[in-house]
Design a protein around this ligand. Structure first.
Ligand SMILES: Nc1ncnc2c1ncn2[C@@H]1O[C@H](COP(=O)(O)OP(=O)(O)OP(=O)(O)O)[C@@H](O)[C@H]1O
Ligand code: SF4
Ligand SMILES: [Mg+2]
Length: 351
C-alpha cells in the first residue's frame, strides 16, 4: 500500500510572477494528540497564492480547511495540535522556522484573518472605533486622535453608513453584515499582503452574503492582496475566486482555475459537490447528495480516502493512495494549474 502524501509539481498558473507567490504551503501535515489517538487533520497539503489572486479552499466539514489556515497564521490550538511536517513559505521564507515572537509580528501587518463569527472575534466591551484604532496605535504608534480618524476612514472604506457617528458604538449595536464589514476593516487596517477569510459570510443571510463577498473581492483587488477564501459552498466563490483547491480528509483532491473546475471537474468528489448545488433551472427536482459521511480522521480508509463514497471506485482505490498529479488533455497536453488526486482523473475529465 502506498501512503505517500507527496504530490507532484502542478504547472504554474499565469500571474505567478518571477517574485513568486506571497504564500506557498508545501507538504503540510498537522496532527492532534487526543485521548482516542492521533487525529491526522492535514495530510500533505500544497497550495499557493500570489498578490492580487484569490484562492478558494472548499471541502465538507472536518476536511482540514481551518486547521491549515490556523497553521499558516500560527494560531493552531497547540497542544494538542502540531505541524508534524512541511513548510509554509511567506515571500519565500519558511515561517515555521521563526520563533513565536517573530510570527506574532507578522499577524496584522503582514497577514490577517477574517473569522466566521464576528461577534465572538470582536471584544464586546470596547467600541469598534477603539478596536480598529488599536491596530494603528499599537503597530504604527499613532496618536489616539489620528487613530480615530483612520478608523472612520476604514469604516467608510467597508461601506458602513454614517461611520463618523457610529465609530463609538459597540459590536452588539451593529447587524451581522455590518459586524462582518468591521472584521474586514480590521483585517485590512495594516494593509497585509495576505488575508485568510474563513467562511466569512456563512452566518449571514443570502443577500447580505453576496454584498459582503463583493466588498471583500473589490478591496482585495484594490489592495492587490493574496486572498484565501475558505468555504463549504461552491456557489459563494464562483464569481470571486481565480482558482480553487478542493479538500477531502486533510488532502487536496483537486485544484484548478475556478471556471475550468465548474466546466470539467477531474475528481468524482468535485463532481458530487457540483451536482449538489441547487440550480434555478432544476426547481422542484430532488438535489443530488454525496452518499455517506466524511471519514473518521483517526482511521481514514486505506487507499483513496474517498473510496467508500465514490461511485467510480475500483480495486486499486482501496489499496493505493492517489497522488495529486497534473491533468492532461487527450493529446497529452498538461492543463495549466490543474491537478487531481484520482487514479481515474483523465476518465473523469473527459467522461
Ligand atoms: N483542537 C482540536 N483538537 C482535536 N482535533 C481537532 C482540533 N481542531 C481540529 N481538529 C480535527 O481536525 C479536523 C479538521 O478540522 P477543521 O476545523 O480544519 O475542519 P474544516 O474543514 O475547517 O471544517 P468546517 O467546515 O466544519 O469548518 C476536525 O475534523 C477535527 O477532527
Ligand atoms: S481514486 Fe478511486 S475512489 Fe478515489 S476518487 Fe478516484 S475513482 Fe474514486
Ligand atoms: Mg472550518
Amino acid at each position: 500500500m502506498t501512503t505517500s502524501g507527496i504530490t507532484a509539481e502542478v504547472p504554474r498558473q499565469r500571474g505567478e510572477g518571477a517574485e513568486g507567490p506571497v504564500l506557498e504551503v508545501r507538504d503540510l501535515h498537522v496532527e492532534f494528540k487526543t485521548r482516542e489517538g492521533i487525529v491526522k487533520a492535514v495530510n500533505g497539503v500544497n497550495y499557493s497564492v500570489s498578490s492580487g489572486e484569490t484562492l478558494a479552499v472548499l471541502g465538507e466539514s472536518g476536511s482540514g480547511k481551518s486547521v491549515t489556515a490556523q497553521a499558516i497564521m500560527g494560531i493552531l490550538d497547540s497542544p494538542p495540535g502540531r505541524v508534524s511536517k512541511g513548510e509554509i513559505l511567506f515571500h519565500g521564507q519558511d515561517i515555521l522556522q521563526l520563533p513565536e515572537s517573530e510570527r506574532r509580528k507578522l499577524r496584522g501587518p503582514k497577514m490577517a484573518m477574517i473569522f466566521q463569527d464576528a461577534l465572538s472575534a470582536l471584544n464586546p466591551v470596547f467600541s469598534v472605533g477603539n478596536q480598529l484604532g488599536e491596530m494603528f496605535r499599537v503597530h504604527q504608534g499613532m496618536s489616539k486622535k489620528d487613530a480615530k480618524a483612520k478608523s472612520i476612514e476604514l469604516m467608510e472604506r467597508v461601506k458602513i453608513p454614517a461611520a463618523r457617528s457610529r465609530v463609538n458604538d459597540y459590536p452588539h449595536q451593529f447587524s451581522g453584515g455590518m459586524r462582518q464589514r468591521i472584521m474586514i476593516a480590521m483585517a485590512l487596517a495594516l494593509e497585509p499582503d495576505l488575508i485568510i477569510a474563513d467562511e466569512p459570510t456563512t452566518a449571514l443571510d443570502v443577500t447580505v452574503q453576496a454584498q459582503v463577498m463583493d466588498l471583500l473581492a473589490d478591496l482585495q483587488r484594490e489592495y492587490n492582496m493574496g486572498l484565501i477564501l475558505i468555504t463549504h459552498d461552491l456557489g459563494v466563490v464562483a464569481d470571486v475566486a481565480d482558482k480553487i483547491a478542493v479538500m477531502y480528509a486533510g488532502r487536496i483532491v483537486e485544484q484548478a482555475p475556478i471556471h475550468e473546475l465548474y466546466k470539467r471537474p477531474a475528481h468524482p468528489y468535485t463532481r458530487g459537490l457540483l451536482d449538489s448545488i441547487p440550480r434555478l433551472d432544476q426547481k422542484g427536482q430532488e438535489l443530488y447528495a454525496i452518499k455517506g459521511l466524511p471519514p473518521n480522521l483517526l482511521k481514514t480508509p486505506s487507499g483513496c480516502a474517498f473510496n467508500p463514497r465514490c461511485p467510480k471506485a475500483q480495486d486499486i482505490c482501496r489499496t493505493e493512495v492517489p497522488a495529486l498529479l497534473p491533468v492532461t488533455e487527450r493529446d497529452g497536453t498538461e492543463l495549466v494549474g490543474r491537478g487531481s488526486a484520482c487514479h481515474f482523473r483523465e476518465e473523469q475529465l473527459h467522461g
